[in-house]
Design a binder for this molecule. Structure first.
Ligand SMILES: [Zn+2]
Length: 300
């Protein structure tokens, strides 16, 4: 149990305005198996899709339509999911290893048959967390991978909670990071920021808080547990209690209200996406239409 007293609901605005359209057209019911399917992305907005739209509308649309996938190294995602599945259940962890062993287990050389080094690091992340009583007490008792849905100003949203402890009014999200204290350049604010604000996790927490309220009618406080992939791993627990943290969560919610309708119309084919002009997707589909003046060449 967290050492501090949990706060009472602050009477924050709720966003439950059920549209007539949604009542008529029942959306797909979300399950463990279809949660990540792109079909459901055309019915529910999510933190990850919203974030993709923020980066580049054209790339985000191509991704949910299965027209294009970014060429990314799957290791970082797999390491994160490996750690998550361990704290979900023994069954989930074994299933994850079984499904991904081709990627995770070395197939040649002296290390043949052993876990690749990245996943040995993941094992040490697991050790660091499971050896910590505070983590075990707070993260442990929660219901894992809980799907929540709700409406934010008429738009349906989905979310998946890593560990939800409804009876004590909190939820936890587990993040694996390179280095908890690494500084990141925040393009929007033009300054250095920590990994939580740079990756807009305050937005994710604000969305989840709202979706939990709508799904279970319970006010829950967000916590983030972070574990680093350093040797040995660092780990830390974060709450969002300060005025600064609360302000940034509210700011993130306002940002959603300002932009979600446009992103939704793009998803529905009612508006054309704008390409950022320089991301992986935009470079791939780029066609020249003439010359630009040399002095107009932008540098970043
Ligand atoms: Zn782009």
């Amino acid at each position: 149990m967290p050492t501090k007293t949990l706060k009472k609901p602050k009477g924050k605005p709720t966003f439950t305005t059920l549209s007539k359209k949604t009542k008529k057209n029942q959306p797909i019911k979300l399950t463990k198996d279809n949660y990540y399917s792109h079909d459901t992305d055309f019915q529910y907005l999510s933190f990850s899709v919203f974030k993709d739209f923020e980066k580049c509308e054209a790339a985000a649309l191509a991704k949910v339509k299965n027209d294009w996938q970014p060429t990314s190294d799957p290791t970082s995602l797999l390491v994160g999911n490996y750690v998550h599945s361990y704290f979900e259940s023994q069954e989930a962890h074994e299933q994850f290893i079984d499904e991904n062993k081709k990627e995770m287990i070395s197939s040649r050389g002296k290390t043949k048959g052993q876990l690749k080094s990245d996943y040995k690091v993941a094992d040490s992340c697991i050790e660091a967390l499971s050896g910590d009583d505070f983590f075990k007490q707070v993260y442990g008792p929660g219901k894992k991978e809980v799907i929540v849905t709700g409406e934010i100003n008429g738009r349906l949203w989905k979310g998946k909670i890593d560990s939800l402890v409804l009876d004590q009014g909190y939820f936890c999200d587990l993040k694996t990071v390179d280095d908890i204290h690494k500084k990141h350049w925040n393009e929007a604010d033009h300054n250095w920021d920590n990994f939580i604000f740079t990756r807009q996790y305050e937005m994710q927490m604000a969305i989840y808080e709202e979706l939990i309220r709508q799904t279970f009618d319970v006010e829950c406080e967000p916590f983030i547990f972070a574990v680093s992939k350093q040797t040995p791993p660092d780990h830390e627990a974060f709450h969002f209690e300060s005025d600064e943290a609360q302000f940034r969560m509210q700011e993130a919610m306002d940002h959603i209200l300002q932009n979600q309708d446009r992103y939704w119309r793009i998803l529905m084919g009612e508006e054309k996406p704008i390409g950022c002009g320089h991301c992986e997707y935009c470079r791939k589909v780029k066609k020249l239409s003439g010359f630009q003046d040399v002095s107009a060449l932008e540098v970043y």
